[in-house]
Design a protein around this ligand. Structure first.
Ligand SMILES: *Cc1c(COP(=O)(O)O)cnc(C)c1O
Length: 495
């Protein structure tokens, strides 16, 4: 993989190279003349099957690219390697590289369970089966089988959402960012929305509350201060014309020390007394009480509604453990207003996501069995002793592989839930700590090379560099055999 680096610019840079180095060009002439014609390469017995599989125009393009690269190499005086067989090999490598899927599974050994960059929640087999069942053919996505009339796609999940949260109504969209945008635009376009200064968050990936607010057409009324916001601050904002109060779960940070926050129940009372609504963006939003599984408590959707929130939004692929989705639950008439907004059409879920979400929600029917059935919860509740046992079983093999390069130790570490759930709480975990041998001074570079070698495996292994070591937190290693099987291919030649 990646023997040849073809940047798109190279071929078109070529005339400039020619002009600049006429001398090189003259000494390169014999080599240039020996470059085989593209047609000859394409007609070669080893390339022809590729044309049959992928189409001649595509293969010809690849051949042209390889020849152009070789020509550029000759002109810049690099070793061109222009033997016919070499070029044929490059063409098939290039085609294989382009035909390989770029979105592939990786081992998430970062210690962050719900890692946004690594795809967040792993799905249970029930969800995968439900997706596969509707993926390849027609389904009753928006069709009521009983009446033979048009149906509503969200109906495949809203019943379960209401049942699990106690809400009157529910609606689903592409992600929680879309849910918040839809909510704000539907209820407070050109109106004022009151938000505590301590909750004007940035989640990363361009989700900054003030920006979302502006995009939704809302005027932001900042309430209170960064560390302390009181009921009277909200009351003043409502007095001066705020239509909606938005409470945001401060996902990825915590304000500590001299702080004050108005709880949902009090906020709901204030908003309702003024004839206004309260919406809560819970972010991760747990459907069940996590403390029953020994996890740090996180506000549940049901208790937030019970405390008086009119609408609650949360993600499908955070603590819920499902596919990427944004969920809004709450008052029927408010949900109806969101549903009528044309943005809802733009943000709607596709059939596979609805299928997966429906399957995941059904698992919540039995909370007792949830840790064994819902992979996210299974990972979050995995015992440190169990994780340590995995580390101990892998240690000898990895130590042998890295002999002379790095010391491999079994060590305890801390995992994070991630995706903004319980930002400061960590979970005791265990893993392997790889410490490069050799001079301390060069350790930084050695660690980068080690991390790169693990990323270069067929199923890339993503760890983290911490305190002068490369750490593999094994909490999320569910395929131990798969991990072990590819260690043979770990290329530490320059690590
Ligand atoms: C994660 C998060 C979002 C964004 O949700 P996505 O599903 O990633 O779009 C919004 N608000 C809060 C509080 C969050 O934690």
């Amino acid at each position: 993989m990646g023997q040849i680096n073809i940047s798109r610019g190279q071929a078109s840079d070529y005339p400039i190279v020619m002009r600049k180095s006429a001398k090189t060009a003259s000494s390169a002439m014999p080599l240039l003349e020996r470059l085989p014609a593209v047609e000859r390469l394409v007609a070669d017995a080893a390339v022809a099957p590729l044309s049959a599989a992928y189409g001649r125009p595509f293969v010809t393009d690849a051949a042209r690219e390889i020849v152009a690269n070789a020509r550029a190499d000759i002109l810049t005086g690099r070793d061109p390697g222009i033997e016919f067989e070499t070029l044929v090999g490059r063409i098939s490598d290039r085609i294989r590289e382009m035909m390989a899927t770029s979105l592939i599974p990786v081992f998430n050994l970062t210690g962050t369970v719900l890692h946004t960059n690594l795809g967040r929640a792993p799905l249970p087999p029930e969800a995968v089966a439900a997706m596969a069942a509707v993926a390849t053919g027609a389904s009753n996505l928006e069709y009521d089988i009983a009446t033979g009339k048009r149906g509503e796609r969200d109906d495949h999940v809203t019943g379960w959402l209401c049942r699990l949260t106690g809400a009157e109504a529910a609606l689903v969209v592409n992600n929680n960012a879309a849910a918040v945008l839809l909510l704000l635009n539907s209820l407070a376009n050109r109106k004022r929305v009151a938000v505590s200064r301590g909750e004007l968050i940035e989640i990363g990936g361009a989700f900054r509350l003030p920006d979302i607010m502006a995009r939704a057409g809302c005027k932001l009324t900042e309430v209170g201060t960064t560390n302390r916001t009181h009921g009277r601050d909200y009351a003043a904002a409502l007095d001066s014309g705020a239509t909606l109060v938005l409470k945001v779960h401060p996902s990825n940070y915590e304000v500590r020390g001299f702080t004050a926050e108005v709880q949902t129940a009090e906020l709901a009372e204030l908003a309702h007394a003024a004839g206004k609504s309260l919406a809560v963006d819970l972010g991760s939003g747990s459907l069940g009480d996590l403390s029953r599984y020994g996890l740090p408590p996180e506000p549940t959707v049901a208790e937030t509604l019970k405390a008086g929130a009119d609408l609650v939004t949360f993600s499908g692929d955070k603590l819920l453990g499902g596919p990427q989705a944004g969920i809004v639950v709450g008052k029927k008439e408010l949900i109806a207003r969101l549903r009528r907004n044309s943005m809802k059409r733009a943000f709607r879920l596709d059939k596979m996501t609805l299928a997966a979400l429906g399957a995941v929600l059904r698992l919540y029917a039995n909370p007792e069995k949830l840790p064994s059935r819902l992979p996210t919860l299974g990972l979050l509740t995995r015992e440190q002793g169990d994780i340590r046992a995995t580390a101990e079983s892998l240690q000898p093999e990895l130590a042998r592989r890295l002999e002379g390069v790095a010391a491999v130790e079994v060590s305890d570490c801390m995992s994070q839930i991630g995706s903004g759930a319980m930002p400061v709480d960590t979970l005791p975990s265990a893993g392997l700590t790889l410490i490069p041998l050799g001079s301390k001074r060069k350790r930084g570079a050695a660690l980068e090379r080690m991390a790169a070698a693990f990323r270069a495996l067929p199923q890339p292994v993503i760890g983290r560099i911490q305190d002068g070591a490369f750490v593999l937190d094994l909490r999320c290693l569910t395929d131990e055999d798969g991990f072990r099987a590819q260690l043979e291919q770990l290329d530490i030649s320059d690590a």
